[in-house]
Design a protein around this ligand. Structure first.
Ligand code: SF4
Length: 374
């Protein structure tokens, strides 16, 4: 089963914390989709006859694009591939774009799942994050989306400058009151070269310290568990059966093809695992879609091992101790790591596999690094 990703690189404006590849020149939407048709046709040999389980529209802001463009690309893909009967077609959306008419059009085009970038139900936090919507709009839109789509996910961010525990608790309660099928709860990551980074560096803004951020995460875990959500990845929670199929498949290292500028692909060719990346420039993509791919690598045994350890721990599907023993070149040291992390209460062993504890999820990457590097 193959999954597809389309990177739609348009946003109305860049949010001060965002470092994704995007442009704000919306007049290029038509040219972008013409280039996309070209790229799709060029890759038709790889797509033809394949069964597709999930299609994910990410970005950027896919909800900014008129639905007819998305529907047109889905038709092109449908002409080449077979859609699984229960296919997930997911779209990342900003609340202010989701009028009732747009949601109905998206549904008619085949979209089954919306991932809504709410980020907060507090207007104060939304202002700091530079978002264009209000808490009220998010509430109304999320409620309307739940009536129309099979699965609706709400994204929230914590650790925003000057955020206190009461604000985060209010966000969690507001989200849970709407009963979305899925929640993505992210810690704000302060990336270099962003406006937020510059303001923090100059002392104009302060983010909550590590202990407060950890308390936000712990609060989230206890609140979502009380409401019956299953914790299936570090930052992702769902009512059983409503996980993001596209994301989970990527974390399980299942093949996917990415289209559009800066999109990545992962697939198996013979004995080899291949990763590719498209050019991170809309101009170059539009000018020469036949040269969209700018990077290709065959994963070494070591890279496969590293990915397996990092991703298996993140989705908590049980990291096989025997696998670590066989594959880890520094195997004699990782046994000490297991003991160390068990003592700290970050991992537990069950049936020959390692699982992160709630506290361990906070340190998933650190634990994985320790296993890999000894
Ligand atoms: S809407 Fe999303 S992708 Fe666009 S700038 Fe803001 S955070 Fe980045």
């Amino acid at each position: 089963m193959l999954n597809l990703y389309l990177h739609i690189p348009f946003c109305k404006a860049r949010c001060p914390y965002c470092d994704f590849y995007l442009v704000t020149r919306q007049e290029q939407i038509g040219a972008f989709f013409r280039a996309l048709s070209f790229e799709t046709a060029l890759r038709s040999g790889d797509l033809k006859g394949k069964s597709v389980g999930a299609i994910h529209f990410g970005g950027g802001t896919p909800s900014l694009v008129p639905v007819r463009y998305l529907a047109g690309w889905l038709d092109e893909i449908a002409a080449l591939c077979t859609f699984a009967p229960d296919i997930e077609i997911a779209l990342e959306a900003n609340p202010e774009d989701l009028s009732v008419e747009t949601m109905d059009e998206l549904r008619a085009a085949g979209v089954t799942r919306l991932s809504i970038g709410v980020q907060s139900f507090t207007n104060e936090k939304l202002r700091v994050l530079g978002r264009a919507h209000t808490a009220l709009v998010s509430q109304q839109v999320t409620a309307g989306a739940i009536q129309r789509f099979d699965s609706v996910s709400v994204d929230l961010i914590c650790g925003v400058p000057d955020e206190n525990p009461a604000m985060w608790e209010a966000d969690l309660h507001a989200a849970l009151a709407l009963c979305p099928h899925h929640l993505s709860l992210y810690m704000l990551s302060v990336e270099p070269k962003t406006m937020l980074y510059r303001k923090i560096s100059k002392g104009l803004l302060t983010v909550p310290d590590d202990a407060v951020q950890a308390s936000f995460y712990e609060k989230a875990l206890s609140e979502v568990a009380l409401h019956g959500y299953c914790h299936y990845e570090v930052s992702n929670f769902c009512i059983p059966g409503h996980h993001s199929r596209y994301n989970l498949a990527s974390w399980k290292r299942e093949p996917y093809f990415g289209f559009g500028p800066s999109a990545h692909s992962f697939f198996v060719s013979g004995e080899n695992e291949i990763r590719t990346a498209n050019v991170s420039s809309l101009t170059r993509y539009i000018d020469a879609p036949d040269k969209a791919e700018q990077f290709r690598e065959e994963l070494s045994a070591e890279e496969r091992f590293t990915e397996e350890v990092f991703l298996t721990l993140r989705i908590n599907s049980g990291l096989d101790v025997e696998f670590l023993r066989k594959e880890n070149k520094l195997g004699y040291r990782f046994l000490e790591s297991i003991e160390k992390f068990e003592e700290r209460g970050w991992i537990r062993q069950q049936g020959g596999s390692l699982y992160l504890t709630d506290q361990g999820f906070l340190f998933a990457d650190l634990i994985a690094c320790d296993f890999i590097n000894g």
